[in-house]
Design a protein around this ligand. Structure first.
Ligand SMILES: Cc1ncc(COP(=O)(O)O)c(C=O)c1O
Length: 494
């Protein structure tokens, strides 16, 4: 059979259809919001382009991306040992090169060899839960951290914590009658994913005056109200240390929430990606508290279902782009686990380099090995800089007129509250913006500092906040912020 030519086919007689418009798309996708990369960050991208074409066009010379917890975008250096091992497993021929010992310390070489003995190639799909060897290192880390056993079969390596959240929320959502208790303010991944999955957000407000604490009685009230409205609470999310609040839960605080979860059969999603970012107090995992409670009462807590999440994106490792993470699932029925595994297998496997990085994060150089000293000082340098900047920013906010800020005990953010004048609110309305968005837009246009309005995370109605990271190097930008603030407040004084 002879085929027509393209020229002949193009002569066919039909009226071409128009391309899709957004209103024809999945309505659940249309309502999902993610302010961390929303309107203000988009304005910042435009200003960055302006600066690139004319460095003198604006009253500042660079954009400070304080909108997102992305440390290496803000010049944080990757930790050398991790990258050395990754370089060797990416290009294993180096391991056979006679000069390799002149470039890499022996513990990095040994670790890379050990990984390669357990892996065919980082370029091959792995098991959908991730490579068993890596999962074993995660289990050992959890055991050391919590002083309770951990099973590598309960560990699912994931493409960052985000993909764990996606799996869990999509599987647990069973229509708008399914409710998810989400802390407010929250990291907007949760509300965005629930919008996508057409499930219901049950907000529980954190108490700002008491360092953004969680109240079990407040959660009980939300549950009672949801039931009255015909929504069945299915799961509760805890973000500890908190994003955007920087607060840290105590073991007792966690235990009270576990009680609520046990009473109502809620799946606990413990987002613990900031577990290394602790500047004050102590991080205790939900898994540890649950196991401790199960020791006290093995019947009452037997059926608590917990998914704990961790990531290579935060801590001092800050490797957001490598997409490493894991979730540990305990207390779930085999039939549910089979569905989670099925979801993971639809995505084939998490990035294998990200998996390797998870194993390095949880199993750093041993004390007696050559990389330990440099590793320790790199990590300490990052930690001290974060702690110092968090404190400086907190002090600066509390000195600013009309601003109050809780001191962040952990994570990477401050979430100050802004008391704005009626004049500022009117100016915001005239600009078609909410007051917090207006403040963030003005801050960006005058200083280049890009932040996210509180509305992106949720806030008590009528209050206004913003979130800034304390990742940007140096502290001059904090001084610039204080100067801007004074001018802003003077300009909009009632
Ligand atoms: C609380 C929280 N959970 C999850 C994530 C997602 O992290 P990942 O890069 O591991 O997907 C973030 C990122 O900022 C976060 O702040």
């Amino acid at each position: 059979m002879s085929h027509s030519t393209l020229a002949e086919i193009a002569k066919a007689n039909f009226k071409p259809a128009s391309p899709l418009v957004d209103r024809e798309l999945n309505p659940h996708a249309l309502i999902a919001k993610y302010a961390v990369r929303g309107k203000i960050p988009t304005m910042a991208e435009q200003l960055k382009d302006t600066l690139q074409s004319d460095p003198d066009a604006l009253p500042f010379d660079k954009i400070i991306a304080a909108n997102i917890g992305n440390p290496q975008q803000l010049d944080q250096k990757p930790i050398t040992f991790y990258r050395q091992v990754l370089a060797l497993i990416e290009y294993p021929d180096l391991l056979k090169n006679e000069n390799v010992t002149q470039i890499f310390p022996h513990d990095a070489i040994d670790r890379a060899n050990e990984i390669m003995e357990n892996l065919v190639s980082v370029g091959a799909y792995s098991h959908s839960k991730g490579v068993l060897y890596f999962r074993k290192t995660v289990a050992r880390y959890i055991e050391d951290r919590d002083d309770h056993p951990a099973n590598p079969e309960d560990i699912y390596l994931t493409a960052g914590a985000s993909s764990a959240v996606n799996y869990l929320l999509s599987l647990l959502s069973n229509g708008p009658e399914t409710g998810f208790l989400i802390p407010i303010p929250q990291y907007p991944l949760y509300t965005a994913s629930l919008a996508l999955n057409n499930a219901t957000v049950l907000p529980y407000y954190l108490n700002e005056e008491e360092k953004w604490s969680v109240s079990a009685s407040e959660i009980q009230k939300v549950i009672a109200k949801a039931k009255e409205d015909g929504v069945k609470p299915r799961s509760i999310v805890l973000i500890n240390p908190g994003n955007p609040t920087g607060s840290i839960l105590t073991a007792e605080g966690i235990a009270e929430i576990i009680n609520v979860a046990a009473e109502h059969g809620l799946v606990i999603i413990a987002d613990e990606v900031y577990q290394e970012n602790v500047y004050e107090g102590e991080f205790v995992s939900v898994k540890k508290v649950l196991r401790d409670l199960q020791k006290i009462d093995s019947v009452k807590y037997a059926d608590v279902q917990l998914a704990s999440l961790h990531s290579t994106s935060k801590g001092m490792i800050g490797e957001c782009g490598q997409r490493g993470g894991y979730m540990e699932l305990i207390g779930f029925q085999e039939s549910v686990l089979a569905q989670i595994l099925k979801l993971a297998s639809i995505s084939l496997c998490p990035p294998v380099i990200g998996q390797a990085l998870v194993s390095l994060m949880v199993n750093p150089p041993h004390e007696s090995h050559p990389s330990h000293g440099p590793f320790r000082s790199e990590k300490l340098g990052i930690f001290n800089a974060l702690k110092e900047r968090s404190h400086k920013l907190y002090l600066a906010f509390n000195k600013m007129k009309g601003v109050s800020c809780q001191e962040p005990a952990g994570a990477m953010y401050c979430f100050p509250q802004l008391t704005l004048s009626e004049k500022a609110k009117t100016a915001a309305a005239q600009a078609g913006m909410a007051p917090d968005e207006f403040y963030c837009a003005q801050l960006l246009e005058n200083t280049g500092i890009c932040t996210v309005p509180g509305s992106g995370f949720g806030q008590v109605p009528g209050t206004w906040h913003l979130r800034t990271t304390f990742l940007a190097p140096g502290t001059e930008w904090i001084d610039d912020w204080a100067k801007f603030h004074e001018k802003f407040m003077n300009k909009y004084e009632n």
